[in-house]
Structures are given as structure tokens and as C-alpha cells.
Design a protein around this ligand. Structure first.
Ligand code: NAP
Length: 322
């Protein structure tokens, strides 16, 4: 890594948003530096959430689908081919108020930042909240999923369980009725948190059944999911339900801890962007799931990564003119 010099573009994150912004800014000759995250961390590992999926069938250009990790390896190679520098590190601290922006790697208490940059593209993504059960993690991509849009297709005529009681859970359940033979929503209370309109739709749908007052205690299955063990919170009684697919839909959390207090977020903690990918801090752009809790797709993340690179390039040109 070139030390001392002020970089034009630093990108935090290496999912589809981060790597697309790297491809575009590298092709614009801005020599971007990508901090891709660390493999040791399951929540912000290099490549983002697609590293946790198997087949991706809805990314345009792959008529026969592509494995999530394969797609990310390919995007990474594409960024490097045009001169993006990729470090397997994560930022430990940022100073967005300074000009140039300061970024620390490693010891966050040293006074001087490790890197300085004129623009920063934040593509740190979001994490699906998980139940935290050992077999849930083991079977992720083998029947356990966090994305019905991505994986619903694989469960045609199968028995599906959705865990959660919010709008996401019901949206996933309704979508999955297109594929599954049955969709059972397992919720830990008797009342849903979801909006009335979503509740009405779910209650009206004959394919959807509910298991109330139930918490998941285990995900069953050897190589693939075969069912769930649930516990009735009132009686303590445990029972097994068979399922081919388990969709965990208990919410998402954007990865924004690093920027706390330095940048505008909405009430759910997502970075707020305006006029494309601009944040309220000049020179700081945000793309992908860290600023999007609506679409959350690889292709929309990639699209916003492209936007961030173009906007960063224009911002740099405007600096050069002044
Ligand atoms: P949410 O509203 O926070 O709901 C999370 C659900 O998961 C709750 O029912 C919660 O149970 C349950 N839950 C949380 N942790 C759990 C755990 N460890 N074990 C079992 N269950 C757990 O999250 P969301 O559904 O993702 O929605 C987030 C926001 O996006 C909301 O504002 C929502 O309205 C919005 N959204 C809107 C739409 C739409 O309008 N179409 C679609 C998706 C999301 P409790 O109810 O007991 O807390």
C-alpha cells in the first residue's frame, strides 16, 4: 500500500456495492483502495452476504445461475484487473469531519490515521439478524435462508417455515406461497408486529399457517434442513415440525457502528442518502444495503455502487476546479 499520499477514493466493503464502485472508479483512473473486511468476522467478511448464499439465479447475465461466492470472486478480480487495490483489513475508526478524511486500520487510539482520502465510499452492507442457533449457521445455504426473493424458487412444492412476526416475515411468507406447498409462520408471540394490511393478506392466504407463542430451539437436518424443533413459550413443550426450507426474517441491522455520530442515519440506523448516493458529509457516499432497507438485492447494490463511483468522480473534478 502506498503510504503517506492522500488517496482519491477509499471504499469500505467488498460486497456487490463496494466492488462495483471499485470497478467504476478504477476504470476512471482513480486508483481506489478497497478495505474488504476480514475473513475472521462472519458479519463483515469479504464479499458480503453473497458469500453466505449458494446459487444466485436472479443476477442478470447468468442464464444458468452462479454461486454467490463465485460471483464475488469474479467481481473482485474484475476490480483488480483495472487497478483497484484491495486490502483484507477493516477500518477501526474514521474521522469524516477532517479534510482529507482520516481512516484508521488496527489501533484506533493512535493520533494519526493510517490513510487519508479525498472521498470515501461506504459500502459496509447490512446483516440479517439470526436466531443464533448452531445448526442455523451450519445449514445456511442448505435450506436455511434469509432471502425469499433469492432462494424461494428452490422450494417449489416444498414445506416452508418463516420465522418472525414483522412485515419482513409476512412479506417473505406471502412471496413464498408462490412456490411452497405450505408456509408456516413461527412467531414467538400471539400478536404480529406486522402492519394490518400485511396481516390481512397473510390471514386470507390459504397456504399460510401460524404457530403462535413458539420459539425455535433447533434446526434439524444433516446435509440439508429437514425440520425445526420449537418450544411453546407457555407450556415449555417442545415439538418438531418438518420443513425443507427455513426463512429467518427477524429483521436486519446495517453495519454503521464505525460512523456513529458522524453521519446522518434514519431511525433504523441506515445511512441517509440524497441526490443519488451523497450523504450529508461532503465527499462521503453510501451505496448498497447500508443505505437501503427496501430492495436489498445484489443487483440494486451493484447499481448504487456504480452511482457512488460516478458521483465521487464528479466530486473530485469539482474539487480540482476550485
Ligand atoms: P421488525 O419489524 O423488527 O420485526 C421483527 C420480527 O421478528 C418481530 O415480530 C420480532 O418479534 C421477531 N423477532 C426478533 N428477534 C427475534 C428472535 N431472536 N427470535 C424470534 N423472533 C424474533 O423487522 P422487519 O419485519 O424486518 O421490518 C423492519 C422494518 O421494515 C419495519 O419498519 C417494517 O414495517 C419495514 N418493512 C416493511 C415492509 C412492507 O411494508 N412491505 C416489508 C418489510 C419491512 P416481536 O414481534 O416479538 O418483537
Amino acid at each position: 500500500m502506498e503510504s503517506g499520499a492522500v488517496r482519491d477514493v477509499v471504499i469500505l466493503g467488498s460486497g456487490p456495492a463496494g466492488l462495483t464502485s471499485a470497478i467504476y472508479s478504477a476504470r476512471a483512473d482513480l486508483r481506489p483502495l478497497v478495505l474488504e473486511g476480514e475473513p475472521s468476522s462472519s458479519s463483515d467478511q469479504p464479499g458480503g452476504q453473497l458469500m453466505l448464499t449458494t446459487e444466485v439465479e436472479n443476477f442478470p447475465g447468468f442464464a444458468h445461475g452462479v454461486l454467490g461466492p463465485e460471483l464475488m470472486v469474479s467481481m473482485r478480480a474484475q476490480a483488480e484487473r483495472f487497478g483497484a487495490e484491495i486490502l483484507t483489513e477493516r477500518a477501526s475508526r474514521v474521522d469524516l469531519a477532517s479534510t482529507p478524511i482520516g481512516i484508521w486500520i488496527g489501533d484506533r487510539d493512535v493520533p494519526e490515521p493510517t490513510l487519508k482520502t479525498k472521498t470515501l465510499i461506504i459500502a459496509t452492507g447490512a446483516r440479517s439478524l439470526m436466531l443464533g442457533i448452531e445448526n442455523e449457521a451450519r445449514l445456511l445455504g442448505y435450506g436455511v435462508s434469509t432471502c425469499a426473493t433469492c432462494d424461494g424458487f428452490f422450494f417449489r412444492d416444498k414445506q416452508i417455515v418463516v420465522v418472525g412476526g414483522g412485515d419482513s416475515a409476512l412479506e417473505e411468507a406471502l412471496f413464498l406461497t408462490k412456490f411452497g406447498d405450505s408456509v408456516t409462520v413461527v412467531h414467538r408471540r400471539k400478536e404480529l408486529r406486522a402492519s394490518k394490511i400485511m396481516q390481512d393478506r397473510a390471514f386470507r392466504n390459504e397456504k399460510i399457517a401460524f404457530r403462535w407463542d413458539s420459539v425455535v430451539v433447533d434446526v434439524l437436518g444433516g446435509e440439508r434442513v429437514t425440520g425445526l424443533r420449537i418450544r411453546d413459550v407457555n407450556t415449555g413443550e417442545e415439538s418438531d415440525i418438518s420443513a425443507d426450507g427455513v426463512f429467518v426474517a427477524i429483521g436486519h441491522a446495517p453495519s454503521t457502528e464505525l460512523f456513529a455520530g458522524q453521519i446522518d442515519t434514519d431511525e433504523a440506523g441506515y445511512l441517509v442518502t440524497h441526490d443519488g448516493t451523497r450523504t450529508n458529509v461532503p465527499g462521503v457516499f453510501a451505496c448498497g444495503d447500508v443505505q437501503d432497507h427496501v430492495y436489498r438485492q445484489a443487483v440494486t447494490a451493484a447499481g448504487s455502487g456504480c452511482m457512488a463511483a460516478i458521483e465521487a468522480e464528479r466530486y473530485l473534478s469539482s474539487l480540482a476546479e476550485t
